[in-house]
Write a protein that binds this ligand. Structure first.
Ligand code: ZN
Length: 467
């Protein structure tokens, strides 16, 4: 009886042990992809799959998964749980989110920078952007060795980035020399030569005027063309040379009493031609057998210029527009205007006139309004270009002072002199001048004057230049 009882106890114990082994044996967790998974920041975690079995039975249906994975670098658990007869079994997978991407450094300006040898590089700026940390510009460390600047940065995951900038100290740009005044200067024999000055500038050295070396000289007592050379070198040995030409010419015959043939009269007519006056003036000159000079513009009909020329008069040039604001705007503007009327005369007559009269005369001051000093330049420069210019020593007053033929007549005859060449300013566009002409010619003839037209060999009669 006692033995039987003991056997019973043992049997029950064994049974209980077997049962609890069956209950408490954990199921088998198979995690696809392994227990530890690493994924790159930015990639999304995707369940790789699992299989949970116990005694060959698939328990996937009963598995509950929990995870707190965030879109941030870090280590996260994914927990797989299954409950069997009230007992919970679990398995954990570790997911690591890592950042392996380097930051990107961008430089403002060039990676190879050319700067002046005597200057220091001024940082042009930089930026570092990281896929994970964002803008980490302020973490950039700058180091400089020789001519290389290195920009280095590390992101919070210790990914490193490095870029370099090369500084090249070099100057290949030549300085510039600016000459004050004109590059071509004309002086009269005996004048004093004074250099109008110059400045020199360099991209690296700035003002280097005091380094300019001048060579050449001007002898104003000897006719000729002189060259003055201005040379300058910058600190990188780039050199610039410019030249100024100084021409010394003989002084023109000056206004008045002793120049030209004494007792001659030069009738000069400006501003034409004009229908109704110029044609009548030409008729009178023909009838009186007197030659005159016409300083023409672009106005009036071509045939009157043709007549002037064919009938033996001199066709001089007065400028095309006679508009002071155009004519005296600049030296170039003057020549441009002059050429237009010169071309006109040449087209009509085939003759290239080089005899000129400045609008307002060389003594005019109106040109000051448009270009200071232009008459001082032009009166010399036209001579260099082979022109001759003629002012006058008698004004008929027909430009405004008088509007009657008797006024014109009286102004002329009371100024005539036997002791000089008489150059009379008249305008063939004025009817009262037209009407005074025959009497002026008759007076001249009756008083022993001779009439001549201007030619290239006629001595110039010039005014004092006032601008
Ligand atoms: Zn005029």
């Amino acid at each position: 009886m006692k033995k039987k009882y003991v056997i019973g106890i043992v049997s029950i114990t064994i049974l209980l042990i077997i049962l609890s082994v069956i209950f408490f044996i954990p199921p088998k967790f198979e995690l696809k992809g392994g227990k530890n998974i690493e994924i790159k920041y930015g990639e999304k975690y995707k369940e790789p799959g699992y299989k949970v079995t116990k005694f060959g039975q698939n328990l996937n249906k009963n598995v509950k998964i929990t995870n707190k994975i965030k879109n941030k670098v870090g280590t996260y658990d994914v927990i797989y749980k299954v409950k069997i007869f009230g007992i919970t079994f679990s398995q954990t997978r570790t997911v690591k989110i890592v950042d392996l991407e380097k930051p990107v450094i961008t430089l403002n300006g060039n990676t190879n920078v050319l700067i002046c040898p005597n200057s220091e590089y001024q940082e042009e700026g930089y930026k570092a952007i990281d896929n994970y940390d964002g803008d980490i510009t302020e973490k950039i460390k700058i180091t400089k060795k020789d001519n290389i600047i290195t920009y280095f940065v590390k992101d919070s995951s210790n990914n490193e980035a490095k870029v370099t900038r090369k500084i090249i100290k070099e100057d290949k740009t030549s300085p510039s020399i600016n000459l004050k005044g004109n590059k071509a200067i004309t002086l009269y024999l005996g004048n004093t030569w004074k250099d109008p000055g110059y400045t020199a500038n360099d991209n690296c050295d700035n003002d280097i005027t005091n380094k300019v070396a001048i060579s050449g000289s001007v002898n104003t007592n000897k006719l000729g063309t002189y060259k003055i050379t201005y040379a300058v070198k910058d600190s990188s040995q780039n050199q610039t040379t410019v030249q100024r030409t100084v021409k010394v010419i003989s002084k023109p015959t000056n206004s008045g009493s002793s120049s030209g043939k004494k007792g001659t009269i030069y009738l000069t007519f400006d501003d034409g031609p004009k229908e109704g006056t110029t044609n009548v003036i030409l008729d009178i000159l023909k009838e009186e057998n007197v030659k005159a000079t016409f300083f023409v513009t672009n106005s009036g009909p071509d045939y009157l210029i043709k007549r002037e020329y064919n009938e033996g008069h001199t066709v001089g040039l007065h400028t095309a527009s006679h508009n002071y604001s155009i004519v005296y705007k600049s030296v170039d503007s003057y020549y441009n205007d002059l050429k237009q009327v010169q071309d006109r005369v040449k087209r009509i007559t085939g003759y290239e006139s080089k005899i000129i009269r400045f609008p307002g005369g060389s003594s005019n001051t109106v040109s000051k309004n448009y270009s200071k000093g232009i008459m001082s330049i032009l009166t010399k420069d036209v001579l260099n270009k082979g022109y001759k210019y003629y002012d006058w020593n008698i004004s008929s007053g027909d430009a405004g002072e008088t509007t009657s033929s008797s006024g014109v007549y009286n102004n002329v005859i009371r100024s005539l002199s036997k002791n000089r060449a008489n150059m009379i300013l008249m305008h063939d566009i004025k009817p009262y001048t037209r009407d005074a002409l025959r009497n002026i010619i008759r007076y001249g003839k009756n008083n022993g004057y001779t009439f001549e037209k201007i030619t290239m060999s006629t001595p110039m009669i010039t005014h004092h230049v006032n601008n």
